[in-house]
Ligand binder design. Structure first.
Ligand code: PEP
Length: 290
């Protein structure tokens, strides 16, 4: 059973520490109200990690960084190591398309970061996704498999519990052009199959797969309803406390519905992530999640 995750990537926002604290405090009530159904984590800039951690000390909200370096320490001006972050937060994002695109990060570097983060005891969100030209060339699965493959090469099934893969088509990030859920679902199914192949079905079943790209309160349900989707990595909408709180509530309502819905008469069709998640076979455990 995988509990859905809503991860708030604040990117290089907000500019002041006071606003960061305000934002963190403003999303806490919704996270607390729906903690049984949805896991929430926020990813502020490095410089606000300490104060946001203090503000969230009693809130069921995870805290993460937006990047890390793979070396533990040394002459790497400007970098922050995974080992350093482990003292401040639980999570880190690696391989975001803005890091790959603007800062030239390669698949191999992303893989080293993921391995270092897990080694340091952090949970890690590995972001993958195709650019617009790759989408148009029909290369989505190829690109995602390549990016994911580099990471899976250096991880093992033992990492499954702390590994999250975020499928984020680059053309959908910050553009208002969220991916068609059918496209997202089919790609997340490809990710799931790669995970199965690398870790075996049991361990792979513990890895969460998220969608990211122009999600908001109006469209989040169309993703988390997919059998292959375990939540969303949210950028712009996560900076608006009211909108993000509505997203938390919307994901929780999907979980609640899934938990009470009777099992469908037919098994899943194997259509590749285009279907709605089937109800779980057991009665609700009170834990929410899948
Ligand atoms: C992101 O930056 O990971 C992201 C998904 O951004 P947005 O939701 O703004 O598209």
């Amino acid at each position: 059973m995988r509990k859905p995750l809503l991860a708030a990537n604040w990117k290089m926002n907000p500019v002041t520490g006071a606003t960061a604290l305000e934002l963190a405090r403003a999303v806490s009530p919704a996270a607390a109200e729906h903690a049984g159904q949805v896991e929430v984590a926020v990813f502020p800039p490095f410089c606000f990690l300490e104060s946001v951690a203090a503000a969230l000390v009693d809130a069921p909200v995870g805290l993460g960084a937006q990047d890390c370096y793979w070396e533990r320490s040394g002459a790497f001006t400007g970098e922050v190591s995974a080992a350093m972050l482990a003292g401040w937060c639980d999570w880190v994002i690696v391989g975001h398309s803005e890091r790959r695109g603007y800062f030239g990060e390669t698949d191999e570097q992303v893989a080293r970061k993921a391995a270092a983060a897990l080694e340091a005891g952090l949970s890690v969100i590995v972001a993958i996704g195709e650019r617009e030209a790759e989408l148009e060339a029909g290369e989505t699965d190829l690109v995602c498999s390549r990016q994911l493959g580099a990471v899976l090469e250096v991880l093992t099934a033992a990492d499954a519990d702390r590994l999250v893969i975020a499928y984020e088509p680059v053309w959908a990030i910050g553009t208002g052009r969220n991916a068609d859920p059918a496209h997202a679902g089919a790609t997340m199914e490809v990710v799931r199959r790669r995970l199965d192949g690398a870790f075996g079905t049991e361990a792979a079943g513990r890895v969460r797969v998220l969608y990211g790209g122009s999600t908001n309160a109006a469209n989040v349900v169309s993703y988390v309803e997919l059998a292959s989707c375990d939540g969303c990595l949210v950028g712009g909408a996560s900076l608006k406390a009211e909108e993000f709180s509505s997203m938390i509530g919307a994901v929780a309502s999907v979980e609640a519905r899934q938990a009470i819905r009777p099992a469908p008469p037919d098994p899943p069709t194997g259509e590749g992530g285009r279907g709605i998640r089937p109800a779980p076979p057991d009665p609700p455990t009170g834990e929410g999640g899948k």
